[in-house]
Design a protein around this ligand. Structure first.
Ligand code: ZN
Length: 354
């Protein structure tokens, strides 16, 4: 017979042999989980180089980006002009490769929408509408708008917002568990495409602007392209009302940002002044304008005594707004065009050379 003491001794030996190995296995598993968690949720911000907690992991970012991309294509469709598409992609990639995340798989697409807008989805998907392309005057302006969006991605603005909102949601969930009266509070809804059109806030916008200037200067484009594009958008807001210009409804007022940018540009002391005006105009010739394919962007040489109003009547059969014609050409609405200058005009089907 085994005595009580021996029995205890055997139990102790079994515990020591099997128990501790199991315990150490559990500890290993926990450690591994912490290591993976640290890698996934504790990420380095490419812009600041600082570690930050995120609920939008790289996998989540890519999955959301792919889903948003499919939704954008389905909702608006992409603008099918392969020459212009390649050009926008090429400019976008040049900017992105000069940025902190040169190796990310970036995508640049033209949305077939007359609304004036540009936006980014997680994972490096950047969009510009054909409506905004029409109003830009140079390659440097295009590079500026795309660089601003690349800046948002690199500074992880959407990921930060997602983390804040999901973190708050988790907090709200806990509150609801312990405080039933709070259950009627609205919960996190899957925002879908709406999440692409949220305001990031003034600081984030200024950060994206500042980053954009750096990318542009590195590539050799005139950084003034960005404030120039913002000035045009501000004029459009004045003519149409800010709420009718989607870009303006998600971005702080333009004069404010233009002033901040001009200040930064003087400090950049860049020698680069390449605006790429001619190549940009070459690519947007024939671009659909407004609601349908019956109006397209063309060019016209201003004659002595021409006014925006007269040109609108002669070339566009009075269908366009003279103020819009001025803004399309980077002019304040009160200033008339210079004789001899080749300006952008909106050609309607009847005025187009077949
Ligand atoms: Zn922005």
């Amino acid at each position: 017979m085994i005595g009580l003491l021996e029995l205890l001794l055997i139990v102790l030996i079994i515990l020591l042999v099997f128990g501790t190995s199991r315990l150490s296995r559990a500890a290993e598993t926990t450690k591994a989980a912490i290591r993976v968690g640290k890698r996934r949720f504790w990420v380095t911000n490419p812009v600041t180089g600082e570690k930050e907690l995120t609920l939008m992991t790289a996998e989540k970012e890519l999955a959301l980006g792919q889903r948003n991309d499919a939704e954008v294509r389905q909702k608006w469709g992409l603008y099918e002009d392969s020459r212009l598409r390649q050009y926008v992609q090429e400019i976008g990639l040049r900017v992105a490769r000069a940025s902190e995340q040169a190796k990310l798989s970036w995508h640049f697409s033209i949305v077939d929408d007359s609304a004036v807008n540009a936006f980014a989805a997680p994972g490096g998907y950047i969009y510009i509408t054909r409506g905004l392309l029409a109003y830009l005057g140079t390659e440097a302006e295009l590079a500026g708008v795309l660089a601003h969006e690349v800046g948002h991605v690199n500074a992880r603005h959407m990921a930060k917002r997602y983390t804040r909102e999901h973190g708050a949601q988790a907090g709200l969930w806990l509150v609801r568990v312990f405080w039933p009266a709070a259950r009627t509070l609205s919960g996190w809804a899957d925002k879908g495409l709406d999440m692409l059109f949220l305001r990031y806030g003034r600081d984030a916008e200024l950060e994206a602007d500042r980053l954009a200037l750096g990318y542009m200067a590195k590539c050799g484009w005139d950084p003034a392209g960005l404030p120039d594009a913002l000035t045009t958008l501000g004029r459009l807001g004045d003519a149409h009302g800010e709420n009718n210009i989607p870009w303006l409804s998600t971005h702080p007022s333009s004069p404010d940002r233009v002033a901040a940018l001009e200040n930064l540009i003087t400090r950049l002391k860049t020698q680069q002044t390449d605006t790429g005006r001619d190549s940009y105009r070459h690519y947007i010739e024939g671009l659909s304008f407004g609601a349908g394919p019956s109006s397209r962007i063309g060019f016209y040489v201003v004659r002595d005594g021409d006014s925006w109003e007269a040109i609108t009547k002669d070339v566009g059969h009075g269908k366009a707004d003279p103020r819009i014609l001025a803004i399309l050409n980077g002019y304040p609405t009160a200033k008339q065009p210079r004789a001899g200058e080749e300006i952008k005009v909106v050609l309607t089907t009847s005025t187009m050379v077949q």
